[in-house]
Design a protein around this ligand. Structure first.
Ligand code: ARG
Length: 279
């Protein structure tokens, strides 16, 4: 079996102290259903503790009052080599998060690029080797794909999402191992039916050995996972995906974020990778 090597990561998280579901901007959010903020914090803390235990560095941004979705820091930006491409949220409900993330990046020494185009950060942009995979269809626009490519000077592969349950790219596709030898294939898992036909063809060509997950595992946000190249943190409900990962030599670790799923987010949504100049 393939031996996997862990890469140490630098993450940004935000405690869900103000988490609740008070509006609907994705099909998972139902304001009539009660939420339990204390439980959300407790579940989130387990993810934080696990990252630290695995040796990763985790930074925290102060949660903004009246911004219940700020816990999903993956949408707070997209960072490569110390440059932070800031978000411009699709819905006004989340626009208040923009200055808070920008301030945090600036205070922590990142070069901030304020976008012209609507984009939701690492929710829709994933770095696969030297290529940016970019999702559109629900949140980030096609124009933001051009903009992110210009900002980082990297090729962008646009992928169109078609199933409203999987409205961000990181709900439908996971990068398992971005560090590759020249010519080798990036480790990827995805749910084919979440993409339009053309994007499915693109993915099949780019990643012929990718893991295809079942709709069942996708629907419990199995793909909304965080991998360090060896350890892959996933939802305990994604039982089929767990097996697939183990067959490929990854160490699957489960963390239950059921409370945060009420807002339509999971493990990856709560995790933003800070790719610094020295990283
Ligand atoms: N309620 C949030 C929204 O709809 C959830 C964001 C999930 N984040 C993610 N990276 N998929 O915007």
């Amino acid at each position: 079996m393939t031996t996997r090597t862990q890469q140490i990561r630098h993450y940004l998280m935000c405690k869900p102290s103000h988490f609740t579901v008070s509006y609907t901007i994705n099909p998972w959010m139902e304001p009539a259903n009660p939420t339990d903020t204390a439980k959300a914090v407790e579940q989130w803390q387990k993810l934080y503790d696990l990252y630290v235990e695995l040796g990763h560095t985790v930074e925290l941004v102060e949660p903004g009052e009246g911004l219940p979705d700020m816990v999903y820091t993956a949408n707070g930006g997209f960072l490569i080599d110390g440059t932070a491409y800031a978000p411009k949220f699709r819905f006004t409900e989340r626009a208040g998060e923009e200055p808070l993330f920008i301030d945090w990046f600036r205070e922590n020494g990142y070069h901030v690029v304020v976008p012209q185009e609507t984009n939701e950060g690492e929710g829709d942009f994933l770095l696969a080797g030297d290529v940016i995979l970019a999702g559109t269809g629900f949140r980030s626009t096609g124009e933001s794909h051009r903009e992110v490519g210009e900002v980082f000077g990297k090729p962008v592969v646009s992928l169109t999402l078609v199933d409203p349950r999987f409205y961000h790219l990181d709900t439908a596709l996971a990068i398992l191992d971005p560090v590759v030898e020249p010519g080798a294939e990036v480790g990827v898992a995805y749910l084919p039916s979440a993409f339009d036909e053309e994007s499915q063809k693109t993915l099949a060509t780019l990643f012929p050995n990718a893991i295809h997950v079942s709709d069942e595992d996708g629907a419990v946000f199995g793909l909304n996972s965080a991998s360090d190249g060896k350890n892959v943190i996933i939802s305990p409900r994604a039982v089929g995906f767990k097996k697939q990962l183990e067959e490929r030599g990854y160490n699957a670790i489960t963390v239950d974020l059921s409370e945060l799923l009420l807002g339509g987010g999971g493990i990856k949504c709560c995790t933003l990778e800070l790719r610094g100049a020295s990283a």
